[in-house]
Write a protein that binds this ligand. Sequence first.
Ligand SMILES: [Zn+2]
Length: 255
Amino acid sequence: MAYKIILDPGHGGSDPGANFNGRQEKDDALALAMAVGKLLTNAGFDVEYTRTADVYNTPFEKAMIANNAGGDLFVSFHRNSSAVPNTYTGVQTLVYNREGLKEKLAENINKNLTAIGFEDKGIVERPNLVVLKRTKMPAVLIEAGFINSDKDNELFDNNFNEIAQGIADAIIDTLDDSGISATDAQVYTIQVGAFRNGQLANNMAAQLKAMQFPAMVVFEDGLYKVRVGEFKSLDNAVEMEQRLRAMGYNTFIRS
Ligand SMILES: [Zn+2]
């Protein structure tokens, strides 16, 4: 299974987040999360979103979506706001506490975004923020500049692709430093059969097991699929596939 990154566009639906001259935080958050997600997907990561449309979920529901999806990392996207427009500028990343992977990730995000021109408003511990507290995986929340700062909005709009790339690079580099890469987490398995009838699948699996193949049946997309093994190396998967093919099975390797 590939390393799974959950991207959480802040707010949504009936909750617009912060507003400034008709600009809504929820729209900036969604656009940025989707752009970062595309880059991470291209890099081979498994990416899921808490929303991809203009819908509302409570922060608690967002945390549960991430937990139920089995996420390995959670990144929430927001824009900051101050009481009086054009008083503050800069990027800030929030974490539950300053420990481990999430602190390193927050540092790298701030570093990459300040390189684009944002002021560095640092890393802030927010242990009571629901999406940071209730998610079971390392989590960060990015405040990508102030939405009620003309300077930050100009930076946000003129450097949108660079900002998305900077965040994606920060994620990839932080994971890389911790020995995690999208492809390392890849597992290969050999599919030997797919049946509408579960009994046929069980029969095939039993037959394979009798010959010492590590077979199992998985129900997926309306079919009972018979699969053999879980291999970290493609070479090992290919080797076993050749043995199965020599015995007359129609196989393919899936990752
Ligand atoms: Zn927000």
